[in-house]
Design a protein around this ligand. Structure first.
Ligand code: FAD
Length: 425
């Protein structure tokens, strides 16, 4: 006999956790809080998912205007989480985007971002040359940049502290009675002709059933979507990203911004954080001011999950980072341009062919605008989903329980019905 819940969430990464928390805050027509089960094949804070690690970038610097507005909404919700828990989640610092003005990346170009900031009236400063970048942020070496580099400085930037974020959502969800079913995979989903109730069979043979279903399955999306007749299109791939921690020297460590370099779109994208005291224990115990630095490109792309989760950090990428750091910063910025031994890591994300996220109700076929009842989905999180965590949890809950959300217009570009996202399973 299946254990009954009102809502089942499959996936305990940052987005599933947020959805479970938000669903547990909703009440039925009798005023009773919905009962919620969250399922993850590992633990909620695991080493294989896209949410692992210690820091993620928060920014409003986006080229599409609606995305900047969504991120502003998420910002308020992050602070709401801090207020509920009394713990810091956002370490706020100025943000520096710099590079070629028209380098076309998945993040848009600097020029397009500046235009959007102008349109929306979001304050920022233009830095028109390497020397202006250096005046604003003296740790950057103007001689290490092409002469046509420009920069954008914006004050609403932050490092999202991943571990406190997980603790906040998990803690509040548990307080609301969410049942955490971990270390067991959701292997089968039975749905009627119209969808609900959804009967989920777990790897240990037990069954749970609910009227409302939320999927946030990360790179494992095909395992659950097949029950809805869908799978990722051929253009889908999993990108294995490489990162490391680099020790800062005292001179600039308190004034480092969160930064992102728009070099050549192919292999010139790098980013880094300011010290937050967060990071892998083996590095941070000795070097508490170390910072995460990473390349936003990879040579490891696959559509095989088993390959992705066993791919180690790329030595080629680590060499590229070391090489870039050698000229990017003034000498007194980092103690060494090499990653601290043992701090190197790999982390996977799921990339749709168009590079964008997928958020919405579950279509009844590829490109269909007819949807399964009482179910919602977030996948293809790419390298940018974390900052939306509190908002996406709410939107997924809206879509599963109410079938609509007040954010519908702004989330339209993420539609699961758009061309090229899914094909028939
Ligand atoms: C290197 C890197 C850097 C990034 N930087 C940023 C950044 O600076 N800013 C930003 O905003 N975003 C960033 N991101 C993106 C962000 O981290 C992801 O978008 C986000 O973590 C995705 O979360 P998720 O919950 O959707 O997926 P995941 O964290 O992957 O969670 C999915 C979970 O579902 C579980 N699961 C799947 N299928 C099943 C099943 N059938 N049964 C049980 N469990 C299942 C998995 O075990 C997993 O735990 C970055 C990502 C990476 C990899």
């Amino acid at each position: 006999m299946a254990v009954q819940y009102d809502v089942i969430v499959i996936g305990g990464g940052t987005i599933g956790l947020s959805a479970a928390y938000h669903a547990s805050c909703r009440r039925d027509s009798q005023g009773k809080n919905y009962s919620v089960a969250l399922v993850d094949q590992y633990d909620v804070d695991n080493d294989n998912n896209s949410s692992k690690g210690y820091e993620r970038m928060y920014r409003v610097l986006y080229a599409p205007g609606q995305r900047a507005r969504l991120v502003e909404s998420a910002y308020a919700m992050w602070h709401e989480m801090e207020a509920y828990t009394g713990n810091q989640i956002l370490a706020e610092h100025p943000m520096l985007f710099f590079g070629f003005p028209n380098s076309a990346t998945f993040e848009g170009s600097l020029q397009a971002i500046a235009d959007t900031m102008d349109t929306l009236g979001i304050p920022y400063d233009r830095l028109n040359s390497p020397s202006e970048i250096n005046n604003a942020f003296p740790m950057f070496n103007p001689n290490g940049m092409p002469s046509n580099y420009v920069g954008l400085r914006q004050n609403m930037g932050a490092t999202i502290l991943v571990q406190p974020s997980f603790k906040a959502f998990e803690g509040l969800a548990r307080d609301n009675g969410v049942k955490f079913i971990t270390s067991t995979k959701a292997t089968t989903i039975d749905l009627g002709a119209e969808g609900p109730p959804y009967l989920v069979t777990l790897a240990d043979g037990s069954q749970i059933e609910a009227k409302f279903l939320i999927l946030a399955p990360g790179i494992w999306l095909n395992d659950t979507l097949k029950y809805f007749g869908l799978q990722a299109a051929n253009s889908w791939s999993i990108w294995t990203m490489t990162l490391g921690y680099y020790n800062t020297a005292p001179m600039y460590r308190n004034t480092l911004p969160v930064w992102y370099e728009f070099g050549s779109a192919e292999n010139g994208l790098y980013y880094g954080f300011q010290p937050t005291g967060q990071g892998p224990k083996n590095a941070m115990s000795e070097y508490p001011y170390a910072v995460k630095i990473s390349a936003d490109f990879t040579y490891n792309k696959t559509n095989n999950v088993a390959t992705a989760i066993t791919t180690p950090p790329s030595q080629d990428i680590l060499n590229a980072i070391t090489n870039r750091l050698g000229s990017l910063f003034q000498q007194e910025t980092l103690s060494s341009n090499n990653a601290l031994s043992g701090s190197e890591d790999a982390c996977n994300y799921s990339m749709n062919g168009d590079g964008d996220m997928v958020l919405g109700r579950i279509p009844k076929g590829p490109g269909s605008t007819s949807y399964w009842d009482s179910a919602s989905l977030f996948c293809m999180a790419s390298g940018r989903g974390f900052k939306f965590t509190p908002l996406w949890g709410r939107v997924l809950t809206d879509l599963a329980i109410d079938g609509e959300t007040s954010y519908q217009n702004d989330i339209e570009p993420f539609s699961p019905s758009r061309a090229g996202v899914f094909q028939n399973a």
